[in-house]
Design a protein around this ligand. Structure first.
Ligand code: ZN
Length: 74
């Protein structure tokens, strides 16, 4: 796998949806290529932020809803 191919596979790699052979090839490449390694790290961080954000939204939604209901009732 080379630097041009990496971006095509990064998303699948992070999501763990890559075939075993492709996963191995990508892992081997990023081990010796700092540029692509960085790319994977950034993508992974980005995904984590998205997960955290959506989790926060999910937690906050019921509280906001409760407040709104309370405002309507009282
Ligand atoms: Zn590379």
């Amino acid at each position: 796998m080379n630097c041009q191919e990496i971006p095509k596979y990064i998303q699948l790699y992070i999501d763990g949806e890559l075939q075993e052979t492709e996963k191995q090839q990508l892992a081997e490449h990023i081990e010796c290529c700092p540029r692509c390694h960085r790319l994977v790290r950034i993508e992974r961080q980005f995904k984590m932020i998205i997960i955290q954000k959506t989790r926060t939204i999910r937690v906050q939604a019921p509280a906001r809803l409760k407040r709104r209901i309370r405002t309507v009732i009282f």
